[in-house]
Design a protein around this ligand. Structure first.
Ligand SMILES: *Cc1c(COP(=O)(O)O)cnc(C)c1O
Length: 329
């Protein structure tokens, strides 16, 4: 990222909300009396599994591509992603008539690769354990004059992701605590901008996979900590570091980062299926898994949880949530 890039503010989230209006879905907020009874609080789940492409990433991608000038639209967009950002950029590009090239890991879920190609994007694959996707993306951008839209560390992406929490608070009112999954921090940073503007007293927490707690380490040490690609079923949060834009916002607004094991993510997926009758991907279980750890200290609280996506191959879903579930994913 460009070190001089300006940190986005809530005004940018509000502008993004106008740009995505009529293009992104206004997703439902679900509640469950069973979950509330279990936890002793009132939880509001913002269900981005129902967003276009099945994840909140469409918000940031559409906002970013909407801001391209004529030359950028002609030359096209390039993005690198383990899945949902790829589909989001591919669909936003098709809707806005921009050619798209997407850099995806060789082991990305088949449904995500197929969906990305289905939106008309060109897919370039790489090995996520040995190659650097950011380098590949930058090289493609330099060669073809394409504009790189990164998955989280971009002001327009962060602002777009913040529109989910804006809708949530506008719908249900002020909250005591808000939790979101944490990968590279676009969702958490954008959420923090909305929460601080619309529900200023709320505590804001991120939840990341226990296998890769770089976000927690970064928050506690005051600098961006880099780790190896974590091995977890939460493929939407297999990031190795926070961003140069997401970290300062998270550091300013976020109280703490919780972690969740793969087993706890599976428990959360089962709870969403059993109580709210919804299919969520492993990464989207992070918020509920984190909430379960702190619920005893939050009696009667009004809690917002962003359920980030629902893209998981059906066979993999069945393996994960079924009896004798192996957790290899
Ligand atoms: C990308 C993604 C995340 C993590 O978002 P960041 O902005 O990278 O922190 C969480 N859940 C799902 C479903 C995602 O696609």
């Amino acid at each position: 990222m460009d070190h001089t890039a300006r940190l986005p503010t809530f005004d940018d989230v509000a502008a993004a909300a106008q740009r995505i209006l009529g293009h992104a879905h206004r997703t439902p907020v679900l509640t469950s009396s069973r979950v509330d009874a279990e936890l002793g609080l009132r939880a509001y789940f913002k269900c981005e599994n129902f967003q276009r492409v099945g994840a909140f990433k469409f918000r940031g991608a559409f906002n970013a591509l909407s801001r391209f000038d004529a030359a950028q639209r002609r030359a096209g967009v390039v993005a690198y992603s383990s899945g949902n950002h790829a589909q989001a950029v591919a669909l936003a590009a098709r809707l806005l008539d921009v050619p798209a090239t997407i850099v995806m890991p060789l082991d990305a879920p088949a449904s995500k690769v197929a969906a990305t190609r289905g939106y008309g994007a060109e897919v370039v694959t790489y090995d996520r354990y040995t190659e650097d996707r950011e380098e590949i993306g930058r090289a493609l951008a330099a060669e073809g004059g394409l504009t790189l839209v990164p998955p989280y560390d971009h002001p327009d992406v962060i602002a777009g992701q913040g529109t989910a929490a804006k809708e949530l608070i506008e719908e249900v009112g002020e909250l005591d605590v808000v939790l979101t999954p944490l990968g590279g921090g676009g969702l958490l940073a954008g959420t923090a901008l909305s929460v601080r503007a619309l529900s200023p007293a709320a505590r804001i927490l991120g939840v990341e996979p226990a296998a890769g707690d770089d976000g927690r380490q970064s928050l506690r040490s005051g600098r961006v900590v880099h780790i190896d690609t974590p091995v977890t079923i939460a493929d939407g949060a297999q990031t190795t570091h926070l961003g140069e834009l997401t970290f300062p916002i998270i550091r300013r607004e976020v109280e703490d980062v919780l972690t969740a094991s793969d087993d706890h993510l599976v428990d959360a997926m089962r709870t969403f299926a059993a109580t709210m009758k919804i299919v969520v991907e492993p990464t989207a279980g992070l918020g509920l898994a984190g909430l379960r750890q702190i619920a005893a200290d939050l009696p009667g609280a009004r809690v917002g949880v962003v359920v980030s996506g629902g893209n998981v191959d059906l066979d993999r879903y069945a393996r994960l949530v079924g009896p004798d579930a192996g957790r290899q994913g």
